[in-house]
Design a protein around this ligand. Structure first.
Ligand code: AMP
Length: 431
């Protein structure tokens, strides 16, 4: 596949900046395949599970097409089965649309329609909605579909399981016939294939095979560690063990990779080197070669730089943090246990990361056993900033699971509740 960076995908500066802010390093498989096709105007059927980056795979080209705020009426409609999913899509869309003036409106049931109608009235470019609430507001005359050019059905398999087919059919009747259709589904049962035949015109079918089954030769485990400093202590403890002969350590960010590498050097736990995108190609190749030939004991890397590390005999993979693109977990641990050799994959997990760990367990369809942290590992206190950061993350996760969740983090800031509620009561602030 030729395109390996987001700049190769013909996205504009505003989007590339937002992508960098979001911390996406490289496009995922579904993004590499789907974005060029969607941009070229084709209908696409994407078979991809949550965790593959599928949301950005359709949101980015939609943002490119819709480009800037224009008129009053919706030009791209994304339908999703649940309020939770609508909110997740909204979050990704708003994040990636940061440097545009695009207006995103969300519609879902379970709450009164008043605010949603008010939002629609202020003008909308991209609408993210559950089918039921969309139809309800359409029928009441709050949505004008004439300018709709792109329709996405996300998690089509779930929509069908939840019995949304009649609503979807009604929606197809009230939107322009000439439009681009995108259908995403985690699985491809017969009913989704039939829907795609009815709904898509010569679609390009893109499937990211869930490489979601780790090799049986890999023994997986995780340790809980409440904070960064404790993770470092645990890492030191592990690396003092001679069984760790050839180790790859993964971190989410370059900064963390550098820090971990420096720590290992300082403690003489190497020889080690660090790989990341800031390093020149030659020094990366040299580091991988040294690791392959056994001159290095430890290689520290981010997900982005990890591609192309094809080294047999890796005794351990240590995930210093839990990857948020869940398929990366499988890529990461697949660096060990190659060529029928056995290998161990150890993940260090703080409280905020447990959420992602459970999603990974779902994706790989197997539990990852917990191992007790050795008593010799000193547990460091959590800094205020780190605690705030984790509390925020956990809040965010809870809200994704339950949009009604008010957020313990914000409640902690004591506010004169009764007074505030009255003032804020008549109009909820848009996110
Ligand atoms: P999804 O499969 O759309 O549910 O996305 C799963 C997670 O991956 C989300 O938390 C995104 O923020 C993240 N993500 C999406 N694309 C990328 C990327 N190219 N690199 C890193 N993270 C990504």
């Amino acid at each position: 596949m030729a395109a390996v960076t987001f700049s190769d995908l013909n996205l504009n500066k505003q989007l590339l900046k937002a992508i960098a802010d979001a911390g996406y390093g490289q496009p995922t498989a579904i993004q590499q395949k789907a974005i060029p096709r969607i941009l070229s105007g084709q209908d696409v059927m994407g078979i991809a599970q949550t965790g593959t980056g599928k949301t950005a795979a359709f949101v980015l080209p939609i943002l490119m097409k819709v480009k800037y705020a224009r008129g009053e009426d919706v030009r791209a409609l994304i339908l999703a089965p649940t309020k939770e999913l609508v909110m997740q899509i909204e979050q990704v869309t708003r994040q990636l649309a940061t440097y545009t003036d695009l207006r995103v409106v969300v519609l879902y049931g379970g709450v009164g329609p008043k605010n949603q109608i008010a939002n629609l009235q202020q003008g909308v470019d991209i609408l993210v909605a559950t089918p039921g609430r969309f139809l309800e507001l359409y029928r009441k005359g709050h949505i004008f579909t004439k300018y709709l050019k792109t329709l996405v059905l996300d998690e089509a398999d779930r929509m069908m399981d939840m019995g949304f087919m009649p609503q979807i059919r009604s929606i197809l009747e009230v939107i322009p016939v000439k439009r681009q259709n995108l259908l995403f589904s985690a699985t491809m049962p017969d009913k989704v294939i039939r829907l795609s035949e009815e709904f898509l015109d010569f679609p390009e079918v893109i499937e990211v095979t869930p490489q979601a089954t780790p090799a049986k030769t890999i023994q997986q485990a995780y340790y809980r560690a409440p904070n960064l400093k404790t993770k470092i202590n645990l890492l030191e403890f592990l690396l003092k063990n001679d069984e760790f002969t050839r180790v790859i350590i993964f971190t989410r960010t370059r900064a963390a990779a550098n820090d971990v590498f420096k720590f290992i050097e300082r403690k003489n736990l190497g020889p080690a080197n660090v790989l990341h995108a800031n390093k020149g190609q030659n020094s990366r190749i040299a580091a991988i070669k040294a690791f392959k030939e056994g001159e290095l004991r430890v290689l520290v890397t981010t997900d982005v730089s990890s591609r192309g590390i094809d080294v047999t005999g890796v005794s351990h993979v240590i995930n210093f943090d839990v990857p948020v693109v869940y398929e990366d977990y499988v890529h990461r641990i697949g660096r060990t246990g190659r060529a029928e050799l056995t290998g161990k994959a150890i993940t260090l997990v703080n409280e905020a990361e447990e959420y992602h760990l459970h999603k990974i367990e779902k994706l790989i369809r197997q539990p990852i056993p917990e191992r007790q942290r050795p008593a010799a590992v000193q547990v460091a206190p959590t800094s205020f900033a780190e605690r705030q950061q984790m509390a925020k993350e956990i809040d965010h996760q809870k809200r994704l699971e339950d949009p009604g969740f008010k957020g313990a983090f914000h409640e902690k800031k004591k506010k004169p509740a009764t007074h505030k509620r009255k003032v804020g009561g008549h109009k909820r602030k848009r996110r």
